[in-house]
Design a protein around this ligand. Structure first.
Ligand SMILES: [Zn+2]
Length: 578
């Protein structure tokens, strides 16, 4: 250790050519590591959740995980040795469900969002200010004849008083221009001018897959649940399509933001098309993309590919995304019983059980796992039934299939054990609980809350629970997810004691859900998800001990270094010097 201490400095990479030959004799080529990290507090997230202090990496994989004395045997003349000065190392983090929009949102925004930041809600006043600003500056205004359309996003009315969207709130600042605003999740709203131009009145019937909210006098309020009427959306001039260069730039620069947050694998839940898969593949082939991605493609893309794709363990097309219902906030989720705060309304399924069962069967036969968006208990039940039928039909078991319920937000108590029995993965978003807590109980009522956001209950039954953010619904920061999973609180420590705290995860469980479980759902648990010999060397160096710092500080953790496949792809130091 003296030699190491003398030669290493903070995160510097030190070559120790002659000294170690003298000190250790020769190291065989097979054992000589490219890089060795010592003096660290490593949570390996292996089966025993064991700790280590040193790792050796060769050809992008871990060849040793253990202690500082043991790693000496892997240090040869050309090995870089880094002293991590007692800092903590965790496996590279997965986001098991997000939409890769960093470029479009954070870096090169195309549509104004009224939220002060993603994960924070806008007040009515804030919404009105943003609309006024856009009308004055032209930001977000669509091309076309006067009166021009303004399209923006990000409203969430449940924190307002009263908690309802009404067209008059926008009319007050935009009487002359049509304004269309997307909810932060499914659903949208419009002002009176937009309704007038689209000819939507008290007599307009609900569109397919959507619902026009009307007040007690039968007048449209301006809010649309799920799909808005096409006579309105057809009037909105589209944004100019992004060029190929813009798409590639957004992906390359945007994913670097994720890497800086400690993410090393992204599961893109965007029903990626075949063409987009080909474009992304090219970016990997020329070495421009460094993060690992598992695509959840659309059915056509999977069938056209014919089998799952794995490009150098970097780019995976293993999954297919499908939808069964909408969101809880917009009341698009599909329930067995009516909404507690909207009598007579159950939401609607987007597909039949037969259809999902057939698709799941076809895809499983060619090696893909289907991952279905399910929020309400009825939607979850349809998917579970369909998965059960697909397993029967193909003779495969849950471990072969790895079907997943994406969100898996509200389950009927009868269905909860079925996830364990059928080996279905619950792909959940802890941040949705701490964001939805403002309205979930009024939508669901006390009985249904027993099966809502039940990460712990599922884990205790042996279900694989993988966590993600659903960015850009919620922020993509994985430490926000770990914090919400452990505390069931928002980042202002509300509510005191946590929201249904009995469903909080331990720190170990939360870290497994953000690493190994993500690897499992993409059939990559043999190469990703933990720091173990033979696995790809993905890890994150953080300045504090995740397992022991106060829980309320977990969301504040900022990675100092991210490593993917042994390659240092981010250091805070280098970022600061830019
Ligand atoms: Zn999503």
């Amino acid at each position: 250790m003296n030699i190491l201490k003398r030669f290493s400095s903070k995160f510097s990479i030190v070559v120790l050519p002659v000294l170690f030959i003298l000190a250790l004799g020769t190291v065989s080529d097979a054992q000589e590591a490219d890089r060795v990290y010592v003096n660290s507090n490593i949570y390996t997230v292996d089966e025993e959740f064991s700790k280590a202090s040193a790792i050796a990496v060769k050809d992008g994989r871990f060849i040793y995980v253990g202690n500082d004395a043991g790693v000496q045997a892997y240090i040869g003349p050309l090995t870089f040795v880094s002293d991590l000065e007692g800092k903590t190392v965790i496996p590279g983090l997965h986001d098991a469900h997000l939409h890769i929009r960093f470029g479009e949102r954070e870096l090169y925004p195309r549509m104004p969002d009224i939220r002060p930041a993603i994960g924070e809600w806008a007040s009515v006043e804030r919404m009105q200010e943003v609309i006024k600003r856009c009308l004055a500056t032209g930001e977000g205004m669509r091309p076309g004849p006067e009166p021009r359309w303004l399209v923006l996003g990000g409203w969430m009315s449940d924190v307002w008083d009263p908690p309802v969207f009404r067209k008059e709130l926008i009319d007050a600042v935009a009487p002359n221009n049509p304004v269309y605003i997307r909810r932060y999740t499914h659903g949208s709203g419009a002002n009176s001018k937009a309704l007038e131009l689209a000819g939507i009145s008290r007599d307009t019937p609900d569109p397919e897959g959507g619902h026009i909210k009307k007040d007690k006098h039968g007048e449209p309020t301006g809010e649309f649940v799920e799909r808005a009427p096409s006579q309105l959306t057809d009037l909105i001039p589209p944004l100019t399509p992004m060029t190929d260069y813009e798409r590639s730039r957004n992906l390359v620069e945007g994913t670097q933001l994720a890497i800086a947050r400690g993410l090393t694998t992204l599961h893109d839940a965007s029903r990626t098309s075949y063409e987009e898969v080909q474009r992304r593949l090219k970016l990997y082939q020329v070495g421009l993309l460094r993060i690992r991605i598992n695509e959840m493609v659309n059915e056509n893309a999977a069938k056209k590919l014919g089998k799952p794709l794995n490009y150098k363990n970097k780019f995976f097309v293993q999954s297919v995304k499908s939808f069964l219902d909408g969101a809880l906030g917009s009341r698009g989720a599909h329930f067995l019983e009516e909404y507690s705060d909207y009598p007579g309304f159950f939401g609607e399924p987007r597909q039949s059980e037969d259809k999902i069962a057939q698709t799941a069967t076809e895809l499983l036969k060619i090696g893909f796992n289907i991952r279905v968006h399910t929020i309400g208990d009825a939607a979850n039940r349809i998917a579970i039934n369909a998965f059960e039928r697909a397993l029967k039909e193909t003779g495969k078991d849950g471990k072969d299939a790895r079907f997943a319920l994406e969100h898996c937000q509200v389950l009927s108590l009868d269905d909860i054990p079925r996830l364990a029995e059928l080996g279905i993965v619950a792909s959940m978003q802890p941040l949705h609980a701490t964001e939805d807590m403002h309205f979930a109980e009024s939508r669901l009522g006390p009985e249904r809350m027993k099966g809502a956001y039940v990460w712990k209950k599922l884990l205790e039954l042996g279900v694989v629970v993988a966590t993600g953010t659903d960015y850009s619904v919620s922020p993509y920061n994985p430490f926000y997810t770990l914090h919400a999973a452990v505390t069931r609180q928002d980042r202002d420590n509300n509510p005191p004691g946590g929201w249904f705290p009995e469903q909080a995860l331990s720190r170990e469980e939360a870290l497994r859900a953000a690493t190994m479980a993500g690897a499992y759902v993409m059939h990559a648990e043999d190469i990703l998800g933990s720091i173990e010999v033979g696995k790809l060397a993905d890890f994150v160096v953080i300045p504090v001990d995740y397992m022991t710092i106060p829980a309320e500080d977990i969301w504040k953790i900022e990675p100092e270094m991210t490593v993917i496949g042994g390659e240092i792809v981010y250091t805070k130091q280098a970022q600061a010097q830019k």
